[in-house]
Every structure is written in C-alpha cells, then in structure tokens.
Design a protein around this ligand. Structure first.
Ligand SMILES: [Zn+2]
Ligand SMILES: [Zn+2]
Length: 191
C-alpha cells in the first residue's frame, strides 16, 4: 500500500479501463482525489476514465482546502525520489504533472487526470490514425504473444523468420514496441 504524496494517507487501488478487455490498477487518494500512475499506466487508460474516477468521495473532498502545490515539493510514493514538474508545450499551462524520474511514475492532482485525457483525445483526433497506432502498441505491450498468434495485418504484422525462435521474435517485438510507446508517451508528457 502506498501513501498519497500530498496528504500522506494510504491510497486505494482503483481499476481503470484501458484497451479492450484490459484493466489497469491505479492508486487513488480518497482524501484529495489525486491519482498515482506507475510507469506505463497513464497512457493506455481510456480517455473518459478520469471523469468516472475523479468524482469519488465528493463529501470528504469538500472538507479539504485546495492544494496550493506550486512551491511544494512532493515525493514519489513508490521510491521516495523528488517528483519533478513536467512542462509540456502540448499540454495546457494549468496541467503540470508531477513525475518521478527514478521509477517513471506520474502523480496527478484531482482534475488533472481528466484534463490530461481530454488533451490526449484532442491530440489523437487531430492526428488521424494515431489513436489506432497507440492502442495497438499498448496491446503489444500488454500481450505480445496473442498479437503475434492472431496475426494482425498491415503495419503491425511481423514477418516471422524461419530461423528466429518465437522467444526472440516476441522479445524484440516487445522491445521495439516499448521504444515507440516510450517516444509517444514522451511526446505527450513532454520529457
Ligand atoms: Zn491525497
Ligand atoms: Zn519513484
């Protein structure tokens, strides 16, 4: 169990819908409503999930004062490293996410998850085809095996060499997908 970097209370695990058939477990503070995403968790979550997750426990949220977090230093709930503010020209100025440079986790104050996802949706729809691309990559990340077996067509079809063992194909696929996804994620987060 990890603790909220803002309130220091224990956070609760919440399930968020990702790509079809996948759930991602995020950690949410029931006091301030902030959400912690471990590495790779933020990007694949469906764009409307913030709206569903963030209004939790409205009553206790009303009791606390808004966080004046501009100068406050937050620490990673996983590895206690200092969280840095990620500045991204692709994101609105009021959407400053906190990221751990050590474990790559991301902290989102209440409301930021919804904003981030709205922006992600906007970026995706302005770049035709990017969404499909990103979703496919996330699927590969999650389960490269099923992807190879079902034989996805087009740009994602992997030419299966005779000499290569399945293990090599899959691990190199995973590595390649990881790199591309990392680049995409960096473009969005701006690191
Ligand atoms: Zn909190
Ligand atoms: Zn960390």
């Amino acid at each position: 169990m990890i603790h909220c970097p803002v309130c220091a209370v224990e956070m609760r695990e919440v399930a968020a819908h990702a790509n079809p058939g996948q759930m991602i477990i995020l950690d949410q503070c029931m006091k301030c409503g902030g959400i912690w995403c471990d590495k790779w968790e933020l990007f694949p979550v469906q764009t409307d999930e913030g709206v569903r997750l963030e209004p939790v426990n409205e009553e206790s949220l009303r009791e606390i004062a808004p966080i004046d977090d501009d100068n406050r230093i937050l620490y990673c709930p996983r590895c206690t490293a200092k969280l840095l503010t990620a500045k991204d020209p692709a994101l609105p100025a009021d959407l400053q996410l906190h990221r751990c440079m050590k474990c790559d986790g991301i902290w989102l104050n209440r409301g930021q998850f919804t904003k981030f996802k709205a922006q992600q949706k906007k970026i995706r729809s302005s770049k035709l085809g990017t969404e499909t691309h990103a979703q496919k990559l996330a699927e590969v990340m999650q389960n490269p095996k099923s992807w190879v077996v079902t034989g996805t067509q087009g740009m994602f079809a992997y030419p299966r060499g005779e000499e290569e063992s399945d293990e090599t194909v899959q691990s190199s696929l995973k590595e390649a997908a990881k790199l591309v996804l990392q680049t995409l994620a960096r473009m969005l987060i701006g690191i």
